[in-house]
Ligand binder design. Structure first.
Ligand code: GTS
Length: 215
């Protein structure tokens, strides 16, 4: 298998955390696509992923799977513990719901802020920007941090009682928040305590070191 990847990107980090959790990192060849040079917007790359985003998983039979959630569902079904997408129908449903919520409310919102209200990937890549939309999404992301904080006052993980793909999606939000310098408010104590606890997992600690190496 191949993963089209960018080492410091929050979304590719989600899939690398998944691979690490499932002890599958060594089974994958990583192919670097330089986001800052716009390599993800070329016709060749779009033939692999119409949306022109990373990561993309290429299977040995030539199938391309894009979207972190879809890739995670696929990898989770392949093998190994822990299960990241749930065992029972209800667990599966809740994890999908919370992953989507983490994306819509936090990670994707921060991404929109980055691409629209900051220089983003630079003028060659950011061909359309709408600053007002970006700032609106930044505020939405900040509100979501309070939502996740409230949630984590009542339960240990984003989707309930067990670590899952939804936790990894919120970790992606933290990674992007650090890139755009949007600190999680100090009053979000449960969210910050959860983040500290997440870093006890080697998969997350190691990937955080790659996305934001110590200076
Ligand atoms: N919904 C997609 C997913 O879940 O995979 C979003 C993927 C995405 O936005 N990836 C980023 C990207 O390709 C990579 S990174 O920001 O994490 O590095 N962004 C480039 C762009 O131009 O949007």
């Amino acid at each position: 298998m191949k993963i089209y990847d960018w080492p410091t990107g929050p979304y590719p980090a989600r899939v690398r955390i998944t691979l690490a959790e499932k002890q599958m990192l060594s089974k994958v060849e990583f192919v670097r696509i330089n986001l800052w040079k716009g390599e993800h917007k070329t016709a060749d790359f779009r033939s692999k992923n119409y949306s022109g985003t990373l990561p993309v998983l290429e299977l040995d039979d030539g199938t391309f799977l894009a979207e972190c959630t879809a890739i995670t569902v696929y990898l989770d079904a392949l093998e190994g513990n822990p299960t990241l997408t749930g065992r029972t129908p209800l667990e599966k449903g809740v994890i999908q719901m919370m992953t989507k919520r983490a994306e819509i409310e936090m990670l994707d919102a921060i991404s929109v802020y980055f691409h629209h209200a900051t220089p983003g990937l630079g003028p060659k890549v950011e061909v359309y920007q709408n600053r007002e939309w970006g700032l609106y999404q930044r505020d939405k992301a900040l509100r979501s941090m309070h939502y996740f904080d409230d949630l984590l006052r009542k339960q240990p993980f984003i989707a309930g009682e067990a670590f899952s793909m939804a936790d990894i999606a919120v970790i992606g939000g933290f990674i992007f928040a650090a890139i755009v310098k949007l600190p999680v408010p100090q009053e979000c104590k449960a969210l910050l305590a959860w983040y500290a606890k997440m870093q006890e997992r080697p998969s997350i600690r190691e990937q955080l070191a790659i996305v934001s190496p110590p200076h």
